[in-house]
Design a protein around this ligand. Structure first.
Ligand SMILES: Cc1cc2nc3c(=O)[nH]c(=O)nc-3n(C[C@H](O)[C@H](O)[C@H](O)COP(=O)(O)O)c2cc1C
Length: 150
């Protein structure tokens, strides 16, 4: 599997970036090739075509998915390069999971066009550095990916 983690956070080296590094390491342990890229609304996402799984994640600030990831999905060519890609989604936030599933995840999902979502996950502050939560996220991702590729 070749996976790219597209992310945004306003906090350099903050909780989201730390989580992304843990996700990347855990996925690499399973034999995947993993890269990460911080999103810009005005970016050129041509490089996404070199990957078969696109993992997208960001924190919530004031009820919205961090602006550069959301902006890239809405305004850049990312959406067109995502066509036919398998995706995985995650968010980091302080709200309860139910609220996050209802209010925050749809902000990402409404910008996908028929993509297969392999796994989606809300990481609570307590789960950000919890090895078993990260392992099960990667396990679910790999299982769904393998089923899709059978
Ligand atoms: C300014 C600010 C606004 C936030 N707004 C929300 C919010 O509306 N809903 C929520 O669930 N969490 C909110 N959070 C919590 C963050 O989403 C959470 O702490 C996240 O892990 C921060 O990621 P970061 O360390 O990469 O910035 C907010 C945090 C900050 C600092």
């Amino acid at each position: 599997m070749r996976a790219i983690i597209l992310f945004d956070s306003k906090t350099a080296g903050g909780s989201t970036e730390q989580l992304i590094d843990s996700i990347g390491l855990e996925l690499a342990k399973t034999g995947a090739y993993v890269e990460k890229a911080k999103c810009k609304t005005t970016g050129d996402y041509n490089f996404v075509k070199d990957f078969d799984v696109v993992i997208m994640g960001a924190p919530i600030y004031y009820l919205l998915v961090s602006s550069q990831l959301l902006g890239a999905l809405i305004q850049s060519n990312l959406k067109s390069y995502l066509a036919d890609k398998k995706v995985a989604l995650f968010l980091t936030c302080g709200s309860p999971e139910l609220m996050a599933n209802l209010l925050y995840l749809p902000q990402l999902k409404m910008n996908l066009i028929g993509n297969k979502v392999l796994v989606e996950k809300i990481f609570s502050p307590q789960q950000l550095s919890d090895a078993s939560t990260i392992e099960s996220f990667i396990h679910e991702l790999n299982e769904a990916y393998n089923i899709e590729n059978q």
